[in-house]
Write a protein that binds this ligand. Sequence first.
Ligand code: IMP
Ligand code: MG
Length: 181
Amino acid sequence: MQGDLERVLFDEPAINRRLDELADQISNDYRDRELTVIAILNGSLMFMADLLRRIPLPLKLDCLSVASYHGKAQTSGEVIFRHLALPDVIDRHILILDDILDSGQTLAAIREKLETAKPRNIRICVLLSKKKQRARHVAGDYVGFEIEDEFVVGYGLDFMERYRNLPYIGVLRKELIAQPD
Ligand code: IMP
Ligand code: MG
């Protein structure tokens, strides 16, 4: 799999150091609150597991599964909710965890959906955020790393469901993404 990468962006020690910092910040901000974490599957799996084990607060955890990709390297704009039963959101402090903020369409749709369930507030935590103009206005309240607008895989992030199990994050070689229409 490593041969499919153009370069490694964040290796395991770099990810771990940043997770320590993010977890400290989140633990401090939510120390007197009843936190509900909602992790977006499948991309945030590794991030969720490693981040939450660093947060020593009594929190609730739930997961949502959405799809917006359909195997291409750009977002289709349509966001499909695979599990429609919403977690226990009413009156709670919600922290959404996702792998990456790209066009913003996925997180904007998720935030809108959760807002209908009347949470006390919603914040967004992403491992990666691409520096680009977004189709929807979404800002990460907690961001692991800002990256350039390149297609990355590993540590939960996939291309056509592959590479999620790489323990580091890297840029996928462009010729592997190019597909005939
Ligand atoms: P958005 O709706 O365009 O913000 O896309 C968010 C989703 O697209 C993420 O949760 C990922 O599943 C996927 N995605 C966006 N950029 C990348 C990337 O560089 N690598 C892998 N997945 C990505
Ligand atoms: Mg994906």
